[in-house]
Write a protein that binds this ligand. Structure first.
Ligand SMILES: C[S@@+](CC[C@H](N)C(=O)[O-])C[C@H]1O[C@@H](n2cnc3c(N)ncnc32)[C@H](O)[C@@H]1O
Length: 431
C-alpha cells in the first residue's frame, strides 16, 4: 500500500496537470488507514501551493521536468510540514526523502534531502524574499485570479485573499419542518457540541469544530443536514407556494433540492436533473434520508427533448456549474485547476443553460440563477447578456439585508471564517 505522502504527492501532480478534482482523487482513498493525513497533506498543499512553489523554485538549481510533477508534489509536502505542521524536522525530511523510492525515483533522494535541508538553513532569508514577492505569491493564489479579484472587489480584496486560505466551518441546516433551531441547539448542548447560530439563514448552525456526520445528533433521522449558510438562503428566495411545480436543473448532490422540499411540503412535483450519475446517487441518498420525494433524472438539462414532458414549471433553480471561486476555502484545488480561459467557457455554458431552460418556465414563473462564483463574468454579466436576448424576461432584484447588491443580483463574499461561502443570486420572472 502506498504511503499517505506518496498518495498526496501523486494527487498534487495530477492537479498540477489539471486532471480530476481533489475530491474525486481523495474518494479513491477513503479506506486508507491514514486517510486523514492524506487529506491534511492535500488540502494544506493546495492551499499553500503557489507560496511553497516559490520556495521550491528558489531552492532548485534547475527546474524539475514536467514528468517529475510527483517530485514537485513531494517537495511541496515536505515544505508544508516544515513550515506549517508540527512535524519534527528530521522526521519530515527523512520520510519525504524515503518516499522517492516508492515513487520509483531513488535518484531524487539526494535532491529532496538538499532542498529541504537548505530550506531549514535559509529559512529567514527565504521568508524575507517571500515578503518582496507579488500578492499572488504571498497569499498563495494564481496571478490571474488575484488580478480579477483586485479589479472586481477592491474594497474586499485583502480580506478575500485571507479568507480563501482559511479552513472552512462546518455548517448545519436544521430541518425546520421537523423542529426549531433552538430545539436542535439544545440537543447539541446535551451532546457537548459547541456551536454558534447563523446570522443570515434561520436554519443555520456553525459548529466550532468539524464533526463526523456519524457523530451528529439526528443526522440519520433527517433532523439536520450539512450545508453552507449561503446555500440555505436559496429556498426562501424561490418564494415557494403549494401546488407549484419546481425544477432543479443542476441538482446534485441535492442540498438545495432537499431544502426546497423541506420548506414547502405541498408542491405538485419536483424534478431534479443532473448530468453526473455518480453525483445523482448522492441526491437519492439525501432524499431517502430526509424522506422526501422528487423525480430524479440523469440528463443534460439544456437538452429539453431528452427529459422534459412539456409541462411548464412555476419555479426553476439553475444552480449553475461555475468556477467555484466563492468556495476556495472548501476546495483549495480550484486555485490550481481554473484559468481565465476556463471562466470564458463557463460563461458560455451558463448562458446556454439559461437560454435552453427558459421555455420550461411558466408565464409569471420565477427562475433563480445561482453560482458559487465571485466573478462578475459568471454572475451579473451572464444575466445582462441573457436579458438582452429575452424580452419576456424581467430581472426581479434580490431584496435582502445581506450581501452586496450587484447590477443583476446579490453577492455574498467569503470574508469571515464563521460566515457563508461566496455565492451569487439573481431572480428572473417570465412576463
Ligand atoms: C453547483 S453544482 C449543483 C449543486 C446542487 N444544486 C446542490 O445544491 O447540491 C452544479 C451541478 O451541475 C451539474 N451540471 C453541469 N452541467 C450540467 C448540465 N448541462 N445539465 C445538468 N447538470 C449539469 C454538475 O454535474 C453539478 O452537479
Amino acid at each position: 500500500m502506498s504511503s499517505a505522502r506518496v498518495i498526496a504527492a501523486r494527487t498534487i501532480a495530477a492537479l498540477v496537470d489539471n486532471k480530476g478534482s481533489l475530491s474525486s482523487h481523495l474518494e479513491k482513498h477513503r479506506a486508507h488507514p491514514e486517510f486523514q493525513l492524506i487529506q491534511e497533506y492535500c488540502y494544506g498543499c493546495c492551499r499553500w501551493f503557489f507560496l511553497l512553489q516559490f520556495f521550491v523554485e528558489c531552492l532548485l538549481k534547475k527546474p524539475l521536468k514536467d514528468k517529475d510533477a510527483d517530485l514537485l508534489g513531494l517537495l511541496i509536502i515536505g515544505l508544508y510540514q516544515l513550515r506549517q505542521m508540527r512535524t519534527p524536522d528530521h522526521a519530515a525530511i527523512n520520510e519525504t526523502v524515503e518516499a522517492a523510492i516508492q515513487l520509483k525515483k531513488p535518484w531524487a533522494k539526494a535532491l529532496i534531502n538538499a532542498v529541504l535541508r537548505n530550506y531549514l538553513r535559509q529559512q529567514q532569508d527565504l521568508e524575507a524574499q517571500l515578503a518582496k514577492q507579488s500578492e499572488a505569491v504571498r497569499h498563495s493564489h494564481p496571478a490571474w485570479l488575484v488580478s480579477a479579484l483586485k479589479q472586481q472587489w477592491p474594497g474586499e480584496f485583502d480580506a478575500l485573499l485571507l479568507a480563501n486560505n482559511q479552513r472552512p466551518p462546518m455548517t448545519l441546516r436544521v430541518n425546520l419542518g421537523r423542529l426549531s433551531r433552538d430545539s436542535y441547539a439544545e440537543t447539541l448542548v446535551e451532546a457537548g457540541v459547541k456551536f454558534s447560530v447563523g446570522q443570515l439563514a434561520e436554519s443555520a448552525i456553525y459548529l466550532d469544530q468539524p464533526l463526523d456526520i456519524s457523530e451528529l445528533p439526528g443526522f440519520e433521522s433527517g433532523l439536520v443536514s450539512v450545508q453552507d449558510e449561503a446555500s440555505q438562503l436559496v429556498a426562501a428566495l424561490l418564494d415557494l407556494k403549494p401546488e407549484q411545480r419546481v425544477l432543479d436543473a443542476c441538482a446534485a448532490p441535492g442540498g438545495k433540492l432537499c431544502h426546497i422540499l423541506e420548506s414547502e411540503h405541498s408542491l405538485t412535483g419536483a424534478v431534479a436533473i443532473d448530468l453526473n450519475a455518480t453525483r445523482l446517487e448522492r441526491v437519492n441518498e439525501n432524499l431517502n434520508r430526509l424522506q422526501l420525494d422528487a423525480v430524479v433524472k440523469q440528463a443534460d438539462s439544456g437538452d429539453l427533448q431528452s427529459w422534459w414532458d412539456g409541462k411548464p414549471f412555476d419555479r426553476i433553480l439553475l444552480d449553475a456549474p461555475c468556477s467555484a471561486t466563492g468556495v476556495i476555502r472548501r476546495h483549495p484545488d480550484i486555485k490550481l485547476l481554473r484559468s481565465n480561459a476556463a471562466i470564458t467557457k463557463l460563461q458560455q455554458q451558463q448562458l446556454q443553460l439559461l437560454d435552453s431552460l427558459w421555455p420550461c418556465l411558466a408565464g409569471g414563473g420565477r427562475l433563480l440563477y445561482t453560482t458559487c462564483s465571485v466573478l462578475n463574468e459568471e454572475n451579473s454579466e451572464v444575466i445582462d447578456r441573457f436579458l438582452a436576448n429575452h424580452g419576456d424576461a424581467k430581472y426581479e432584484g434580490v431584496t435582502a439585508d445581506w450581501g452586496v447588491e450587484c447590477s443583476y443580483g446579490r453577492q455574498l463574499l467569503p470574508l469571515e471564517q464563521i460566515g457563508p461561502d461566496g455565492f451569487f443570486y439573481s431572480l428572473l420572472r417570465k412576463r
